[in-house]
Design a protein around this ligand. Sequence first.
Ligand code: NAD
Length: 290
Amino acid sequence: MKIGFIGLGNMGAPMAANLVAAGHEVTGFDLAAPCPEGVTAAASAADAARGADVVVTMLPNGAILRAVADEIVPVMDKGAAFVDCSTVDVESAREVAQMAEASGLLAVDAPVSGGIGGAASGTLTFMAGGSEEAFAKALPLFEIMGQKAVHCGEAGAGQSAKICNNMILGVTMIATCEAFALADKLGLDRQKMFDVVSTSSGSSWTMNAYCPAPGVGPKSPADNGYKPGFASELMLKDLGLSQEAAEAVDADTPMGRAALELYRRFVEAEGGRGTDFSAMLPRFETRGRS
Ligand code: NAD
């Protein structure tokens, strides 16, 4: 297949590289990041999209996705698929899908879970919204870039699943970090803490697969000076999306709201911007109860 890939950052670059490794012809565009090996660099998003069977986008937010959609939808061939894997608000996902379908394209919102490790190893989970036909067209690519693809429903359903998942992720990362900081103050060895919790009822993906304590558990951004990974400001974005969605449908999400406030303070006032979202642990280490 001819694939256009727009947004080649921490996630997009390894995802595009996996499509190349599987034998697809990939043309990429990013405003700043270089193209990974094997991906042909285009001069613009429109150039990457023109003539493609499928265009995959992996962009920071809904406003950027809409701007890119305005540029690429008019140049894409009828019947081609627009597969957005970014995490964005449900409204943007629905509007971009409507615009694409009105122009004779297939559209899927397909945000992912699994982080940069999952992107590199081709083991992401895709949660998809869109028609059966659009999902079927994108599925072979999901099977290369991931190990699981769930068709969640109509346009926007993938983003709905993603923001619920990431609300759990933000809350559990904070819980894991504050528990490590408490364990430190109680004099507990971090390795022992990991050995117990990772095999007990407090276990979670944040402890077992993405441990925020350096030198403990599998390799994670904590072992790389908390360089993202998944940036704290992206977690802040996702927690904001889940609270916006909760307000829109009148759902009570107090833990999600508390997580949003902690990440907001961390990113805006406590030096968290540009760090991995697991850098909540050094944040808690330096603090007492006040
Ligand atoms: P990133 O910031 O590393 O990559 C985004 C890329 O988009 C950047 O390279 C940037 O230059 C590029 N970009 C911005 N505007 C552009 C434009 N107009 N045209 C072309 N390129 C443009 O972010 P990331 O970590 O790769 O995340 C991408 C998306 O995936 C986000 O929506 C994020 O929430 C989601 N996500 C990230 C992770 C993770 O662990 N990093 C996990 C799941 C989902």
